[in-house]
Design a protein around this ligand. Structure first.
Ligand SMILES: Cc1cc2nc3c(=O)[nH]c(=O)nc-3n(C[C@H](O)[C@H](O)[C@H](O)COP(=O)(O)OP(=O)(O)OC[C@H]3O[C@@H](n4cnc5c(N)ncnc54)[C@H](O)[C@@H]3O)c2cc1C
Length: 417
């Protein structure tokens, strides 16, 4: 697949990050192959809440978190769950996550996230084109709602960051909330409307649309699992598929989500990547309950009206990528959402688990591997991969073509940990 023109690329992992990146590379004229053992979008990118959180500049680890963690861990119905057998493996990452809650790191992360995310809704329209974006993307903002009248320390830190960075937001009273979303029960004391957020009504269909544009632009999708990415004795980088086939290209992109570091070990790259597993319940066929994604901040989940029904997505489970799902986590969400609406009809529930690829400071890794400069990495988008994909794809294209990016990419560096 070597060409004499702008060259060739292999992209490993066809989630939103890999598929959007592969599309940008194909549009730039590279002969691009996108490899995944699943159909595009069937990892974390399928079952998420679909919020395009363009102004979510607040990282997950915040000052004051340490005080809340023991309470969350002791509550089996709480938003954070660690499988105790996995704790020894997760402990170094959890420690780094707590360290990232220092204000200095939080400030740096907020600036990086602002640069990456702020134009995400517009960028989706450009990436998808007018027909797909009219079908899939909505611009109605997002609500964050609290039942408790009192602000926690981490919440105050989040608001201060939003104010400092000029996030477009409006405070909502209990009456404002039910005026804007009349199906909600009057259980929320206060809220925020983030006006510049958008959402997608079908994340999997969004990835599929990008994949279709990729093949229309000449890209090739291969259904295969990459066994190794390494350098041969000659010094040439190579991809070996399960089954033994070896592939070469001018450039390689590792966008394998929560599995990415497994592929990078042989290149000497070690990054603190953990999966924050999340769950959803989709109540099939339910329509018209809310016009924008609603985050229940006390219980840390998002409700989104999707094309196929009402989706409730959230929770964090630390158990690694290989453990089987525990759908009791998703069933908890059903109970929470029933308490949130006045009159939620009965519906068939569909449960799902996905592996968020997370680094401690909430800022993805988008960079070139120093020891193998033909390898670019793009992963670690955590809770915000659907939002960060369009800008990530532009950065990946610029790194592959050795062009200057119009975003400051120093914050996404591979060596910052
Ligand atoms: C419950 C939940 C709710 C969320 N809500 C939102 C939201 O509202 N807004 C938002 O912006 N983000 C949200 N996210 C986060 C978002 O879903 C992720 O950040 C994003 O999907 C990550 O995309 P990715 O392409 O990096 O990973 P993935 O989508 O997981 O893709 C990685 C791909 O790599 C493939 N792969 C791995 N190893 C190999 C290999 N060896 N060979 C070949 N292929 C391989 C996998 O099969 C997979 O398809 C949510 C996540 C969860 C779990």
């Amino acid at each position: 697949m070597k060409t004499d023109t702008v060259g060739s690329a292999i992209v490993i992992g066809a989630g939103i990050i890999g598929t959007a990146s592969a599309l940008r590379l194909a549009q730039a004229g590279l002969a691009t192959t996108l490899i995944d053992w699943q159909e595009p979008g069937h990892g974390a990118s399928s079952g998420n809440a679909g919020s395009i959180s363009a102004e979510s500049i607040v990282p997950i680890a915040l000052p004051g978190m340490l005080a809340q963690v023991p309470k969350w861990l002791m509550d089996p119905k709480g938003p954070l769950n660690v499988r105790w057998r996995y704790l020894p493996r997760a402990a170094p990452w959890l420690l780094k996550w707590l360290q990232a809650s220092r204000m200095k790191t939080v400030e740096t992360s907020a600036v990086a996230l602002r640069g990456l995310l702020h134009s995400a809704v517009d960028e989706y329209e450009d990436l998808l084109g007018p027909e797909h974006s009219a079908r899939l993307i909505r611009r109605r903002g997002q609500m964050i709602l609290w039942q408790s009248p009192d602000q926690t320390r981490s919440e105050r830190a989040g608001h201060a960051l939003r104010e400092k960075h000029g996030v477009a937001m409006r405070w909502l009273s209990a009456d404002d909330i039910t005026d804007l979303e009349p199906a909600l029960a009057p259980v929320f004391a206060r809220g925020l409307l983030l006006e510049r957020h958008g959402h997608m009504i079908d994340p999997l269909a969004t990835v599929a649309a990008l994949a279709a544009k990729f093949t229309a632009a000449g890209g090739i999708i291969r259904k295969a699992r990459v066994a190794t990415l390494d350098r041969a004795a000659t010094g040439a980088t190579r991809v070996v598929l399960e089954g033994g086939e070896t592939l070469h290209a001018d450039r390689y992109v590792v966008s394998a989500g929560a599995w990415s570091t497994r592929l990078l070990a042989r290149l000497g790259v070690h990054i603190p990547l953990e999966t924050e597993r999340g769950y959803h319940v989709t109540l099939k066929g339910i329509d018209g309950m809310c016009s924008r994604p609603i985050m229940h901040a006390d219980k840390a989940f998002i409700v989104s009206q999707m094309a196929m029904g009402l989706r409730v997505a959230g929770t964090v489970e630390i158990a690694g990528v290989d453990a089987p799902p525990n759908y009791d986590r998703a069933k908890l969400l059903t109970g929470h959402v029933r308490a949130m609406f006045r009159d939620l009809p009965e519906a068939v529930a569909e449960y799902w688990m996905g592996c968020r690829p997370s680094v401690p400071d909430s800022v993805p890794v988008i960079d070139r591997v120093l020891a193998a400069p033909d390898v670019i990495v793009a992963f670690g988008h955590g809770h915000l991969g659907m939002t960060g994909a369009p800008a990530t794809a532009r950065i990946v294209r610029d790194l592959v073509l050795s062009r200057h990016s119009n975003i400051d990419i120093s914050a996404f560096g591979i060596h910052r940990f």
